[in-house]
Design a protein around this ligand. Sequence first.
Ligand code: NAG
Length: 175
Amino acid sequence: MERSYAAEKVRHKAYNAWMKDHGGVIVNIIADMWKGFPGMAHTGAARAAVDNLTKSLAIEWAHSGVRINSVAPGTIISKTAMENYKEYGPTLFKMSVPFSPAKRLGVPEEISPAVCFLLSPAANYITGATLKVDAGQSLYHSIWEIPEHDAWPEAPEGENTDVLREIMDKTKSKL
Ligand SMILES: *[C@@H]1O[C@H](CO)[C@@H](O)[C@H](O)[C@H]1NC(C)=O
């Protein structure tokens, strides 16, 4: 959150110093946090905040001719990311592959064209948008596993719950 607060201050400075009178284009990078970001709630909250910021500023700064959009990449691998994650890198990145409909991770070179497009005059009529560049990852299943549990309240008694119980018992006896 600190980082996005700092980025927000810089954005306001850039706006007041130039964009307010001359217009401009901003692209924010967020992440694939659409299904929740388990184990990473701190960064998920920050990215969601930046997405809202994008949409709010799109309206707030429209009268200055400022366009502002965000790009939400899927899991992206890079040489520097591998260096940052050290010995966890290979496992961490390999683990994500089956969760990509492309069955491979993306690379930064596949994100930058989207950023360039949004910055270019080809996107002159686009503001407040979020462009997912994730090979459909955000529409596919989650990498997060929920452990077996019985922590939820029982479904209300009735014929539907009887059916539910029946199929659950059958599944259990198969195991
Ligand atoms: C952004 O947050 C504000 C303040 O809570 C809210 O009014 C607005 O609807 C949000 N916008 C979106 C697109 O979620």
